[in-house]
Design a protein around this ligand. Structure first.
Ligand SMILES: [Zn+2]
Length: 157
């Protein structure tokens, strides 16, 4: 299956505009399970102090754990995923992290990170993290998901 890293995809928005379907896939070469379709409405957030996730530099290299991942796709609805695994709830970071700005009130949105995202086929990762907006009810239905931009490969037709 020919896949690319994010750096090799010349222009994601252009690819979406030309109606080329893009699927984000597991970065591990012997897996490549479909994780989520990319669309023009996929939100990209810059997040500092996020948990370390794997990053992939070329389709032929192995993904490596990187603490410098700062760009994440935000997915609010777990049903948008084709496949995703989540770890059991635990305290992953001691403090909430800022994930963006609330569009209505213009306030910083913080989440308590309590899960790591893994590939549901091969159980490897982390590919991202999930958590609950600080102050929100600790219910798995309130989880917001963040997938590392360089933690996946891009399947562009
Ligand atoms: Zn996998």
């Amino acid at each position: 299956m020919p896949v690319k890293t994010r750096n090799e995809v010349v222009d994601l928005k252009q690819a979406v505009a030309t109606k080329s379907p893009i699927r984000l896939r597991c970065p591990f070469a012997n897996c490549r399970a479909g994780i989520i379709p990319y669309s023009s409405s996929t939100q990209l957030n810059v997040i500092e102090n996020a948990p370390a996730c794997v990053a992939i530099e070329s389709p032929t290299s192995d993904p490596k754990l990187s603490s410098s991942t700062t760009e994440f796709y935000r997915i609010d609805d777990v049903w948008d995923f084709d496949n995703i695994g989540v770890s059991k709830p635990s305290e992953i970071l001691p403090e909430p992290i800022i994930v963006g700005t609330n569009s209505q009130e213009g306030e910083q949105e913080r989440i308590d990170v309590e899960r790591l995202l893994i590939c549901s086929e091969c159980d490897r990762g982390p590919l991202g993290f999930a958590g609950i907006i600080t102050g929100g009810e600790k219910d798995h239905r309130n989880l917001k998901y963040f997938l590392g931009q360089d933690s996946v490969v891009y399947d562009v037709k």
